[in-house]
Design a protein around this ligand. Structure first.
Ligand code: PLP
Length: 315
């Protein structure tokens, strides 16, 4: 495809996307296919001769659309809201063109700098404490992760590293392999499955904290568990609180849990994956009170803020 054809096909694609979104409610929300449906619709081997573009585009309706769950349909009520918008789709197109790799500042300065400034904007909209904001000095600051699951894993690994370093600084003779089995992480029994998965990947024990009648974790419950575990010679190091649980949008009591975690040297991560966007509204911001005790915080603009998947912001 040369530039002239790209211009033409690009305009067709924009029309296809606009038609798709304008008429999405006419499609069945969930796919009516059996597992493995797609294999029988396409050749088993990659073609040796190139297909033509018109046939490929016809395959979108023939092969792909029957197997799509239309998350943006107005009739979609499953899981959680997933955002997109025309400006975000156009921005994705530009990103594809620039093909930016932003693994360090020098690899594309605008990439790092825009991310840092945008995360400050967003942090200020949420009224995060100053410590979370990069500002011009570069203290604090946020980064974009792919998903909330990744953010939880990152925070657990950072907490594990911090705990190991602290213990070994005080006791250089103790091996990491001796400390690791004693480390204990905690989360609500109502937490998203990705939190437990982070402990499996991070190879640490995770204990599920029982919740109260509103499905929220209370400080007193965690305190009791920390005391039991410390008495058994274990080392509590990480607690993942949820603000807006997936099942029932419960809010753990972080104003009780935060001071406890700070006192016990337990890293408190806050997973606000889907409810976090709401804290921008002044009437919901009180639900974020206690954030000042957190070591890390994450929510997903790709759920409510009209940004395409994947954009999970972490401070
Ligand atoms: N945490 C909570 C509270 C969620 O509601 C979800 C998804 O709905 C997740 C984590 C997982 O989010 P992600 O798909 O970005 O990993």
């Amino acid at each position: 495809m040369d530039a002239a054809e790209f211009r033409c096909r690009g305009k067709e694609m924009v029309d296809y996307v606009a038609d798709y979104l304008e008429n999405i409610e006419q499609r069945p929300v969930s796919a009516d296919v059996e597992p493995g449906y797609l294999r029988s619709l396409i050749p088993t081997e990659a073609p040796l001769e190139p297909d033509n573009y018109d046939d490929i585009i016809k395959d979108v309706e023939r092969v792909i659309m029957p197997g799509i769950t239309h998350w943006h349909s107005p009739y979609f009520y499953a899981y959680f809201a997933a955002a997109n918008s025309y400006p975000a789709i156009l921005a994705d197109m530009l990103c594809g063109a620039i093909g930016c790799i932003g693994f360090s500042w020098a690899s594309s300065p605008a990439c790092t700098e825009l991310e840092t400034v945008m995360l400050d904007w967003l942090g200020k909209m949420l009224k995060l404490p100053d410590d979370f904001i990069a500002g011009t000095l570069g203290h604090g600051g946020g980064v974009i992760q792919g998903t909330a699951s990744e953010a939880t894993l990152m925070s657990l690994l950072a907490a594990r590293c911090k705990a190991l370093r602290k213990i070994q600084a005080a006791n250089p003779e103790i091996l990491e392999s001796e400390i690791r089995p004693k480390l204990v992480a905690y989360t609500s029994e109502q937490a998203h499955s990705s939190v437990e998965r982070a402990s499996l990947i991070g190879e640490v024990t995770m204990r599920m904290v029982p919740t109260d009648s509103t499905y929220a974790v209370r400080g007193s419950t965690l305190k009791k568990m920390l005391e039991e575990d410390k008495a058994a010679g274990l080392i509590p190091f990480f607690f993942c609180a949820t603000l807006g649980t997936t099942g029932s949008c419960a809010f753990d009591h972080i104003t009780e849990l935060g001071p406890l975690c700070n006192k016990e040297n337990v890293w408190m991560h806050i997973d606000a994956a889907y409810a976090g966007s709401a804290f921008i509204c002044p009437e919901f911001r009180p639900l974020l009170n206690g954030i000042e005790f957190a070591d890390s915080f994450n929510f997903n603009p790709h759920k409510w803020l009209l940004v395409n998947f994947d954009c999970s912001t972490m401070w």
